[in-house]
Design a protein around this ligand. Structure first.
Ligand code: HAM
Length: 420
């Protein structure tokens, strides 16, 4: 038997109502904030992510699904969508059409990470990107949208963590300070962190190694090296969050794994999904549009992991998705009438009803069981003495009321079903 690839997962019909419910909430809240959907290709030229996300990041250096196509181009399955959205924004000169572009997306992403609970190689994100404004209120808007969506799903055990990475010049200055500090403690660092010292020094804050953790506890923090403009920006974000009643914690060690961030970064973390606890993450990226060949315009955004969110919802039993219902199941009493049932089902479907009938030559009892399994609101009996008399029988499953209707009178059947 051929199985699904490690780290990928089928979403079976029984799980779909939960996914649909989540997507409905996501699309509703994004549209309330006037974000418009964008759909970009599943694969892009590799250099887009290498340049956009950063060569030294874990995503680019170890996790991308990269391949040469038959023309010899290096392509990569998208590991995230910020770089793709910015590419589309630049390619279509969206800034020329409107001053501020507010975009959202929902779809699959691909990273070759070690699979575990809440971590997959194909996973789904919803996310938003606002391109064209420096306003700190937009940073707050991202955090508010993420929080509102997650809270609307009924999740309670949440922590919103925010930090500021400031502007690149202040960060470069700080990196020198941090490097000096770490060089004094080199012998206590893990091998991995020693490598990061040159390439991706801020990520040492994310190390799970106890030796690194104890060194980092006393490390100087970027937040203490921010310039006054960055501090002012951060203060405005914080006060907007307070006014919006979004509880948050400032976490000065929240550096995030992608290189493009400037100023605000944030994550919403759940206490009910184990070690892969970040439900979403994002922040401001004022240099990315220019880096990808566009005008010098700022951006801010976030993305959330849908499998993780649904796992948290399941663990907290936070919502029950409505089961899918069938309007009417046509029960064929007489096998010779299967053609009639098929035609009637078709006519009712073309009148906008959700209809099923039997294709397995089942007994009446088995067809009734199937009708119940499908949560049918009505069943329509075709056959028996009634049919000989030119009638079919419509039964309302919620109150067991039955009504004989002339077998050609589809309008009456549709009317009775639709009023219920
Ligand atoms: P990220 O932190 O890499 O950010 O991913 C965002 C979220 O996607 C994570 O918090 C997590 O919930 C989910 N996620 C990431 N990797 C996996 C995985 N292997 N399996 C399951 N879920 C996963 C970004 O992707 C940025 N593009 C966010 C952003 C948008 N920043 C600005 N705009």
């Amino acid at each position: 038997m051929i199985k699904a690839v490690t780290g990928t997962k089928d979403i079976l019909p029984i799980e779909i109502p939960r996914w649909n419910y989540l997507e409905e909430i996501v699309k509703k809240i994004f549209s309330q904030f006037n974000y418009r959907e964008i759909r970009t290709p599943i694969f892009e030229l590799t250099q887009l992510f290498a340049r956009g996300i950063g060569e030294a990041t874990d995503i680019v250096s170890k996790e991308m699904y990269t391949f040469l196509d038959r023309s010899g181009d290096s392509l990569t399955l998208r590991p995230e969508l910020t770089a793709s959205v910015v590419r589309a924004f630049v390619e279509h000169s969206l800034d020329k059409k409107q001053g501020l572009n507010k975009l959202f997306y929902v779809g699959p992403m691909f990273r070759q990470e070690r699979p575990q609970a809440g971590r997959f190689r194909q996973f789904h994100q919803f996310g938003a990107e606002a391109l064209g404004s420096h306003d700190p209120l937009l940073d707050a808007e991202m955090i508010i949208m993420a929080y509102d969506i997650i809270a609307k799903l009924g999740l309670k055990k949440l922590v919103v963590k925010i930090n500021s990475l400031g502007v690149p010049s202040a960060r470069e200055e700080y990196k020198t300070v941090l490097r000096d500090y770490l060089n004094q403690h080199l012998d206590k660092l893990s091998e991995e962190s020693k490598k990061r010292l040159e390439l991706n020094i801020l990520r040492i804050f994310d190390s799970k190694d106890e030796r690194d953790k104890s060194v980092m506890k006393a490390a100087p923090l970027l937040i203490d090296y921010l310039d006054s403009e960055s501090i002012d920006h951060f203060e405005k974000v914080k006060s907007a969050l307070q006014n919006a009643s979004v509880p948050f914690q400032v976490d000065a060690t929240l550096v995030r794994g992608l290189d493009y961030y400037t100023h605000t970064t944030f994550e919403v973390v759940s206490g009910s999904v184990g070690s892969q606890s970040a439900l979403c993450g994002g922040g401001r990226y004022n240099g990315l549009v220019k880096e990808l060949g566009g005008p010098d315009l700022p951006g801010v955004g976030f993305a959330a992991g849908m499998e993780r969110i649904l796992l948290a919802c399941e663990n907290e039993n936070s919502f029950k998705a409505e089961e899918e219902k069938t309007d009417v199941f046509i029960i064929t009493i007489d096998k010779t009438l299967q053609g009639f049932s098929f035609q009637t089902a078709l006519a009712l479907r073309r009148s906008d009803l959700i209809v099923e009938t039997d294709y397995l030559s089942r007994s009446v009892k088995a067809q009734m069981r199937e009708a119940n399994r499908l949560n049918s609101k009505f069943v329509l009996f075709v056959g028996g003495d009634e049919f000989v008399n030119g009638e079919v029988v419509l039964k309302n499953m919620s109150n067991s009321e039955q009504k004989n209707i002339s077998k050609g009178n589809l309008e009456e059947i549709v009317k009775l079903i639709k009023v219920n």
